[in-house]
Design a protein. Sequence first.
Length: 331
Amino acid sequence: MSGWTTDEMPRLDGKTVVVTGANSGLGYEGTLAFAEKGATVVMACRSVDRGERAADEIRRESAVDRGAVDLDVRECDLASLDSVRTFAEGLAADYDAVDVCCNNAGVMAIPRGETEDGFETQFGVNHLGHFALTGRLFPLLEAAAGVGGAARVVTQSSGAHEQGEMDFSDLNWERSYGKWKAYGRSKLANLLFAYELQRRINVAGTSGEDGDETDADSGDDLGLRSVACHPGYAATNLQLRTAEESGNPLMKIGMKAANAVLGQDAATGALPMLYAATADVDGGAYVEPDGVANMRGPPTVGRSNDDSYDRADARRLWEYSEEATGVEFPR
């Protein structure tokens, strides 16, 4: 099957791209591709040591000259709102603009735990951490859009969003907990956020006119678009971490086998994120693999499930997220 590849990415010289979880898996492959196209990539990593090791590996692996790869490793722990704030303040001090923010990092189907701020870990890291990060970086994204650019916020979801349900009476799973259900909810929350952000961009760009729920008039007035994506079944360390934290050795064996048989490599899994960040796609789009069950293959624009376009849920989640994180978007 042929399709879009990184060869079709435009040059990104002079652009600044932020990638969360940049030290491994999809984030690593995305960072490599962005850097090879000339972007300055800010690698937002929970561990600076792991981030620096990944940056060194990217410099060795890159097809361009080692010195031409511009990587900036910085600590950003999405399980800590203080860490997110410090990261964003550091970027604001050192950069005039951010052209692309890839909300990529995440945890999957782990035993129940809580973030530093008391949120259930999957919901706190996968959604709230990225909500806070995007809000704090929004002035830098607007700055990129305001100089004739085409700034993007790209939020990584998953096909698992289809198993997610929003229960606003127990968003943090304090009454009961199912690790896969919690993962599905966090991935549904990613989509509700991505689409609501685009709707708010549309309103700002059209002086208050609201558009259709899948409206593609995506912030052309502002030069800023919010796009969602999912990688299909990509064989990364995300599955292995899930198996390790389960404490079940049979699950680890099963995950390795599934990765080998069903998974596509991380470089292919990163293509929807790269396409969403650089191709001519509408704001509010959902980019996914175009193969069987959208699990494999090159990227294409598809559609997530109906629940992800629920405007009432999106507004309710947005309001909760602002209150929970203390972060309000400028618009």
